[in-house]
Write a protein that binds this ligand. Structure first.
Ligand SMILES: Nc1ncnc2c1ncn2[C@@H]1O[C@H](COP(=O)(O)OP(=O)(O)OP(=O)(O)O)[C@@H](O)[C@H]1O
Length: 247
């Protein structure tokens, strides 16, 4: 589904590579976690795969399509749920979703019905016509999520989809994502919530300093790390205990 070959990214004026020779294969229908400490390169990697920023070198294909000549086709089959809310605060949830749906070329009649179904699925029916600026963090995250999947993408990229939400919202988001996956959407996601990733992901790449440190299913990663009882133990063993403070 996704093949990444020797991908590098060095931002303008940066001394170091933020993504430093990453090669990965992500199979169809996987729930693939890209995990790493602050500044590891997760967002940079996902942003390149979404076509938001250009690699310095290296290549990737999604469903056999290369962004060099098929970026528009890639955009049609991928969905993005960014870390920052991609919602207009002064519009209502429904208005936001109408806007994103039309961007994806969905027809008006279908769109109304689809929005109702999606809002219901994430528990936002009663707030459909309220402005997003009044929403709680969890409500914004759930609305942000459906904005990214209005066109039923084959691949969905999610950058920390459950950050800053309560347990109830988290559960709704994760259950919704599992359902999407069961209906044929491959998922690539980043998170700092290791217990969530351990339960949710079918495969995980742990990255740091722009490089891959380990790849495997959660069970494989735990089994291959001496004394590890869970994914957090694996993570600490690979990336260390040092703080990653940068400004
Ligand atoms: N636009 C930019 N210009 C210059 N450097 C950047 C830019 N964006 C990110 N970086 C640097 O690239 C490195 C990787 O950052 P990135 O945001 O990809 O990491 P991350 O793993 O997503 O971190 P976090 O968990 O904090 O979101 C960091 O050193 C960061 O400071």
């Amino acid at each position: 589904m996704i093949e990444i070959k020797n991908l590098y990214k060095k931002y303008k004026n940066a001394d170091e590579f933020s993504v430093n020779n990453i090669s990965l294969e992500i199979a169809e229908n996987e729930i693939y976690g890209i995990l790493g400490p602050n500044g590891a390169g997760k967002t940079t990697l996902i942003s390149m795969l979404c076509g938001l920023i250009k690699p310095t070198s290296g290549s990737y294909t999604i469903n056999g399509l290369s962004p060099r000549n098929r970026l528009n086709s890639i955009k049609k089959i991928t969905g993005i749920v960014p870390q920052e809310y991609a919602l207009y605060p002064t519009l209502t949830a429904r208005e936001n979703l109408m806007f994103f749906g039309s961007l994806y070329g969905l027809k008006h009649a279908d769109l109304h019905q689809k929005i109702d179904v999606m809002l219901e699925r994430v528990g936002l029916t009663n707030f459909a016509d309220k402005k997003v600026e009044h929403f709680s963090g969890g409500m914004k995250r759930r609305c942000n999520l459906i904005a990214g999947i209005m066109h039923q993408p084959k691949v969905l990229f999610l950058d920390e989809p459950t950050v800053g939400v309560d347990v109830q919202s988290r559960n709704v988001i994760i259950e919704f994502l599992k359902e999407l996956n069961q209906n044929g959407t491959s998922i690539v996601y980043t998170s700092h919530h290791l217990q969530e990733a351990e339960e949710f992901c079918t495969k995980i790449a742990i990255i740091d300093n722009g490089q891959i440190y380990a790849i495997g299913s959660p069970e494989q990663l735990i089994a291959n790390t001496p004394k590890a009882e869970n994914l957090e133990d694996v993570f600490i063993s690979l990336t260390g205990k040092e703080l990653r403070d940068v400004i």
